[in-house]
Design a protein around this ligand. Sequence first.
Ligand SMILES: [Zn+2]
Length: 697
Amino acid sequence: MSNPLLDFSGLPRFVEITNEHIAPAIEALLEENRALIEKVRTDVQAPTWQNFVQPMVDASERLSRAWGQVSHLNAVMNTPQLREIYNANLPLITQFYAELSQDVLLFERFKQLRKSSEFSHLTSARKKIIENELRDFRLGGAELPSEKKQRFLQIQKELSNLSSKFNDNLLDATNAYELLIEDVKTVVGIPADVLQTAKELAAADSKVGWKFTLHMPSYLPVMQYADDRNLREKMYRANATRASEFDSPAGSDKDNMLLIKEILKLRQEEAQMLGYENYAEVSLATKMAASPQQVLDFLRELGTKAKQYAERDLQALKQFAAEKLNLPKIEAWDVAYVSEKLREERYNFSDQEVKQYFQEDKVLSGMFGLVEKLYGIQIRPVLASREVQCWHPDVKFFDILDVSGQLIGQFYLDLYARATKRGGAWMDEAVTRRRIDDQQTEKHKIQVPVAYLTCNFSAPVTINGQLRPALFTHNEVIVLFHEFGHGLHHLLTRVEDLGVSGINGVEWDAVELPSQFMENFCWEWDVVSEMTCHIDTGESIPRVLFDNMLKARDFQNGLQMMRQIEFALFDMHVHFDYKPDGNKTVLQLMDEIRNEVAVIIPPDFNRFPNSFAHIFAGGYAAGYYSYKWAEVLSADAYSAFEEVASTGVVNAVTGSHFLEEILAVGGSRPALESFIAFRGREPELDALLRHNGMGMV
Ligand SMILES: [Zn+2]
C-alpha cells in the first residue's frame, strides 16, 4: 500500500500524495472496476444486492474517492503539472462512466433484480437506489431498440456540440466588443478602481483613455455608476445583442438564434424517442416538480403575488429618477444606474463598515454554536497530524460528535483565497457515510462521512506588525452558512447506503434546501449579535446598523423576482408547449411572456435568449425554475423555526425534527415526502414572500 491514493482505511493522506501517484492509482482502479463489471454482468447466478449491486458500489466508491482527492487538489492546490495530469486522466474517467450508462447487460440485471422476490425485502433506501438506476438507464436511451440507439447517440453528440458552440459564440461576441473612451467627461461617476483597470486595458493597446468591455467587472460598474447616459445605452445595446443577427455576419453560425432552433428540435426528438411528449417532461423526470404544468402554475402564482411589489419598486425608481436625477423616462439602460443612486440615498451604510464586526473566530464559533444548539451535536477543532493531513497550512479540520460523544462526521475548512485555488465557494464530499459489512465476522461498521468546505475569503493581514484576524463581509458570512448547510446535509445523514446517503440522489430542484435554509440565520438579530465583535472596539454590531441591513435586504426584490419568473417561464414554455417547427418564433414567445409578467419591457433589439446559456448550454434546460422552487422549500422550512416565538429561531425541538426528516434522510426518499414529514403539509409560498418583504399580500 505504498500509493496513498489507494489507501482507503482512513482520511486522505494529502501530505504524502504526489503527482507521480495519480496515473498509476487511476489506472489500477479503472482496471479493477472494469474487471468487476465484466464479472457481475456475465454472472450466471441471479442478481442480488450482495452479489451484484454491492460489489459495484464498493469498486466505484474506491475510484471516486481517489479521483475526488485528485480533483480536490486540482481545485485548491493547482499547479501546471497537476493540471496536466488531471486533464490527461479526466477523459479516462468520463469514458468509463459513459460506457457504464450504456451497458445493456447491466441494465437487464438491474431489471431482473427489480422483479426478483428479494426486492420487496430490501430497505427503502436500497429500493430507491435500484429505481434511480433503472430511471437513469432509461433516460440514457438503454431501452431503445438497437436501430434507434444510433440516432439517439448522434442526437446526444450533436446537442453537446451545439451547446459548446453556443458558449463559444457568446464568449467570442463578448470578447469582440470594446469601447475606447478618450473624453474624461464621459467616465464621470465610474469608481476609481474600475477606471484604473480600464486605463490599463487601453494602455495595453497603446491607446490613451479608458477601454470598456462586456465582461462583467467592466460592464456592470458602467451600468451602475456611469453618469453619461449615452455611454450606458451603447454598452447596454452591445450586451443585449451579443451572438445575434446584429453582431454576426448574415448566414453565419455565429448567431445563437440559429443554434437555439436546432437545439430545441433535437431535444424534442430526443424526448419523443424516450416516450415523452416534450423535453420539459424529460427534464422533470429526475426532479421534485411533478409536471411542467405544476411548475408553470407555481411560477404564475408567485408572479401574481410579486407583481405589485415590482410595480411599487418601479414606481419608486421612476419618481426618484424624475425628481433627483432629471430623468423623466427610465429606459432599460437607466435601471441599474437609478437603482444604485436610490440605494445609496436610502441605506446609508457600506459593506466595509459592516465587515469590521465579522471576525473569523467569532463568526465560526457563532455558526458552530448555532448548529450545536439546533441539532444536539458538538464541533471540535482537531490539529493536523499524521492521521489528519491537510493540503495547506491555512486549512482547519473539525470533528462532529453526537450527544454521547461519538464521532459522526468530520470536515476540512479552507477559507482563504489564494493563487492556486479555483474561485467561488463550494462543498464537496471526501468520504460518504455508509455501512460496511464484514462478510467473515458478520459484523458491520459505519463509515464516518467527511466533507471539504472551500471558500475564497480574504486572509488575515499583518498591520503595523500585528496579525489581524480575517474579516468577512455580511455576504461572505451568508456564503459560509450556505456551504455549511450543504456540508451538514452530507455529514448529518443517517443513511447507510452510498447511492442515497447525504446529498446523493437528492433531486436537483431540492438540493439547495439545506443550504439556503442556513442563510436565513444570518438575518436573525439573536444569531448575528452573538457572532459579531468589532475589530477595534470589541463591540457587537449596533442594532441600528443591523436594522438598516435588514431594510436593504428587501430593496427591489419585487423587480428581481419578476425577472427570475420571466426567465423561468420562458425556459419552461420553450421546452414544453412551444413548437420548434411552428410559426411562432422564439422571440415572439419571449415577448408574450414579457407582456404577461414583466414590469419593465426591454427594447425591441434585446436578444436575451441568445445569451441564455443556463438553458441552452448549461444543465438548466426546463430547470431554471429550480432557483425559486428550492427557495420556497427553504423559506417554508425556516418558517417552522420562526413560528415558535417563545424560544426564538434557535430551537432544539424543531431543529431535531428538521435533522431527522430532512438532513438525515438524504436521497433515500422523495424530497416532497421529506418536506411533508417535516412540515406536516405541502410547501407554501407565504414564507418566501414574507422573507422578500412581500408579507402584506
Ligand atoms: Zn448551494
